[in-house]
Design a protein around this ligand. Structure first.
Ligand code: NAD
Length: 402
């Protein structure tokens, strides 16, 4: 059993904590006192981490949250799980990583293994995390450093920390061994790669693969519509090929912390070497254009004007069964609809409160746009509440007039 500190108690950090605390002594450090207070009361804010499980970990003494950086003292392992977003110029913003490194550098009093789980470009552990921790440390010992990119997909029940293969590599052979020994305590399958840069790049490519394929199917949806046939039937037909094809679903675009963001980290690393990541750029454009495309389709269905129409957006989180609204395409969709003079409301019993507003009851609108299909939605009931419904999810079938 080791003392493990996890910097950042959001989707990734709390999920890891809930698995690691079954074996280790875990401090979940977060700089938001309100998050820490709720966690210490056993209230989880993350789908997939049940409050009842959190309560029993707290009761057994194997987990506690803290906003006091000195609580990471004495850790043998420190995991970084802080945001890596884009700045206002849509370049990588490493400020959260920098402040996590500061906390580590200033508070560790004995050597530890520092593992980065935040997503970033190749070279982040070697050229940013290690030197930044060292910059803030006044001690003369050496930490070890490794990376193990997080692959958790909140809301996906069948793949979790335990059964999702985990990539890892250390900056030194000893760091690699120690990283394997740690994850072996709660992960079934470990995949060692030859350098941290390979692990970092693999994570970015996984999400770029999804971003580009989502853009491709979104463009294909526009093509099939223009040609006058069904995208869903065409995709189902293509998916009967037993090899060389993977089905992606058309949608209103991409959202969340990963798919709209991570490919830009890869493009940034490419640009530093003089390479233009043209697929990534075009995929970003296609996905960001989808809300406008959808509103134009709805407008065309309403005689070329949405002026004064009441539109209800159903499901505003970026994906089903999570309350996460970061980078949600629903936001752009609302903006586009308002530009056309529509009055927009939203209904999402999973998100509940968003942009300072509460979710409205279903109905009372001329037009509904289903953006995110939560499993609690009753797909038979939704069409009954509207005379016109545009389903961006392909979930509602065989409803006359849809
Ligand atoms: N959410 C996902 O599905 C997912 C999946 C794989 C990888 N990732 C990556 O994992 C990283 C974390 O993402 P997330 O979704 O967990 O973010 P999140 O916003 O849910 O959680 C981050 C937490 O870190 C805290 N924090 C920020 N700076 C801090 C600091 N200096 N010290 C202590 N706490 C700090 C925040 O208060 C927040 O609670 C990102 O790099 C992301 O790209 C996320």
């Amino acid at each position: 059993m080791s003392k493990v500190s996890i910097i950042g108690q959001g989707y990734v950090g709390l999920t890891i904590a809930s698995f690691a605390a079954k074996v280790h002594q875990v401090v979940g450090f977060d700089n938001r006192a309100d998050v820490v207070d709720r966690l210490n009361q056993g209230i989880s804010h993350i789908e997939g981490v049940e409050s009842s499980d959190l309560k029993s970990l707290i009761k057994s003494g194997s987990y506690r949250a803290s906003a006091d950086p000195s609580d990471i003292k004495g850790s043998e392992i420190v995991i970084i799980a802080v945001p890596t977003p884009l700045d206002e110029k849509r370049n990588p913003d490493l400020s959260f990583l920098e402040s996590a490194c500061k906390t580590i550098g200033e508070n560790l009093t004995a050597p530890a293994l520092v593992i980065n789980e935040s997503t970033s470009f190749p070279g982040t552990v070697r050229d940013f995390i290690k030197p930044t921790v060292e910059k803030y440390s006044s001690s003369n010992f050496e930490n070890s450093y490794a990376v193990s990119p997080e692959r958790v997909d909140p809301g996906r029940a069948e793949w979790n920390q335990k059964n999702t293969p985990r990539l890892y590599a250390g900056l030194t052979a000893n760091a690699t061994l120690a990283t394997a020994a740690f994850y072996k305590t709660f992960c079934d399958e470990l995949v060692e790669v030859s350098s941290p840069e390979i692990a970092e790049a693999a994570k970015l490519f996984e999400n770029t693969f999804r971003q580009v394929n989502i853009a491709l199917v979104n463009e294909f949806a526009q093509i099939t519509n223009a040609l006058g046939f069904s995208i869903q039937e065409t995709l189902a037909a293509a998916a009967t090929k037993p090899y060389g094809f993977m089905k992606f679903h058309p949608s209103s675009g991409v959202g969340g912390h990963c798919i709209p963001v991570d490919p830009t980290y890869l493009a940034y690393a490419a640009a530093a070497k003089g390479i233009e990541a043209t697929f990534i750029q075009r995929a970003n454009e296609v996905n960001l254009e989808m809300p406008k495309y959808i509103i134009q389709r709805v407008k065309a269905d309403h005689g070329g004007s949405l002026e004064g129409k009441k539109i209800q957006i159903i499901g505003v989180s970026y994906k089903p069964d999570v309350a996460d609204t970061r980078e949600t395409p629903a936001e752009l969709l609302i903006k586009e609809a308002e530009k056309e003079g529509a009055q927009v409301s939203w209904h999402d019993p999973v998100v509940k409160v968003w942009r300072g507003e509460s979710s409205r009851g279903l109905g009372n609108a001329d037009i509904a746009i289903l953006v995110t299909r939560h499993s609690i939605f009753d797909l038979d009931e939704i069409p009954k509440s509207f005379t016109y419904l545009f389903d961006t999810t392909g979930s509602i079938v065989n409803v006359p007039g849809l």
